[in-house]
Design a protein around this ligand. Structure first.
Ligand code: DAH
Length: 354
């Protein structure tokens, strides 16, 4: 009898050690079959029960039940621990580490040309102007005729203007149809606005313009202009000067002065070109301003009453002024950029400075 009890205890101790070393559920199952299965070690020991005295059997039977219960409890305990461990490992492996810094999407910024355009627009919105737009592909009636350009005006020449279609040679019935062209300035918006709106008119018209110029440090075949037009009662040249003074101070700084030089434009009378005092030498003359102390920034004048013939505005009652400026040129002057082409080359080292 003592043999069987010894065997049971040996089995129990061996099993306890083996179960403690098990590392996964498969190994655990192998051990369970080995100790408790039908052909397992415990069954093998109990086979010896038949050879014992009937009086000894209950004790050995009770012992074997204790050992079986202990083994089952250890196996259950190990199974639970291994399952918990396996789950933890899976969660660990599948975990998204949300503590990693995200990948930034560069959002970019406004191009210098757009920014200066918007700054200029803001100045005039502050004065109560309305923003309007006209088409880039324009009729020569608006680009030239209605702006007082004679049929022979040099700006109409094919070497200055991109013509989309010239109808002048076509057979046609009725009035002479216009040529279609890429507008060479934003001034046609003056005429379109006066056709659509009654005075008082206070508008600003930003947009692209096109000329058959070869790109060089001061020219681009496509650039940006901003046109201004005011038509109201009692508008004088003093209003024009005051408005442009305010604009120059807002964009270039309060210390800058303006100078109006008589000039000619077909659609204004009188006309002027406006210079701003050189920001580098304060009008004493340097290389930047060509020794003159001044740099040209725009053209302007009083609306030529002849334009009112094309639109329904009473020339006896209303007067007006107009101005037009190149946005790229203002950007160059404001930031001392030596070559206008740099604005369009897309070199990020240049553009990021602004
Ligand atoms: N349209 C002219 C140009 O492109 C600029 C200009 C001059 C506009 C005088 C005006 C103005 O409105 O009054 O050169």
């Amino acid at each position: 009898m003592s043999n069987l009890i010894d065997d049971l205890e040996k089995l129990r101790d061996e099993a306890r050690t083996a179960l403690a070393d098990v590392i996964d559920l498969e190994q655990l199952d192998v051990l369970r079959v080995r100790y408790l299965g039908k052909k397992g070690d415990l069954t093998a020991i109990l086979r010896g029960l038949g050879e014992l005295d009937a009086s000894e059997r209950p004790l050995v039977g009770a012992r074997s039940n204790e050992v079986r219960a202990a083994l089952e409890a250890w196996i259950a305990e190990r199974r639970e621990a291994l399952a918990a461990h396996a789950l933890e490992e899976r969660i660990g492996a599948e975990k998204l580490d949300i503590t990693l810094p995200g990948r930034a999407h560069p959002i970019g910024s406004q191009h210098l040309i757009s920014r200066i355009r918007d700054e200029i627009i803001d100045v005039f919105i502050g004065l109560g102007y309305q923003i309007v737009e006209g088409p880039d592909v324009e009729l020569d009636f608006y680009n030239f005729d209605a702006l007082n350009h004679s049929a022979q005006h040099p700006a109409r020449s094919a070497s200055d203007t991109f013509y989309v279609r010239d109808y002048s040679g076509d057979e046609h019935v009725g009035p002479e149809p216009s040529a279609v062209l890429m507008r060479t300035h934003t001034s046609p918006v003056q005429v379109r606005t006066m056709q659509e709106q009654k005075p008082p008119i206070y508008i600003l018209a930003p947009g692209k313009v096109y000329r058959r110029d070869v790109a060089d440090p001061t020219h681009l075949p496509q650039f940006t202009q901003i046109e201004g037009l005011v038509v109201d009662e009692d508008i004088t040249f003093a209003d024009l000067k005051g408005t442009l003074d305010h604009f120059v101070h807002a964009i270039f700084g309060p210390e800058r002065r303006t100078r109006f030089r008589p000039h000619f434009f077909p659609f204004t009378e009188p006309s002027a070109e406006v210079d701003v005092s050189c920001g580098i030498c304060d009008a004493s003359g340097c290389r930047f301003c060509g020794g003159t102390g001044w740099v040209e920034i725009l053209g302007c004048g009083m609306v030529d009453p002849n334009l009112y013939r094309y639109v329904d505005v009473d020339a006896e009652r209303y007067t007006g002024f107009a101005f037009g400026m190149g946005v790229e040129r203002i950007a160059l002057l404001r930031y001392d950029i030596p070559d206008i082409r740099m604005l369009l080359e897309g070199d990020m080292r240049f553009l990021r400075q602004f």
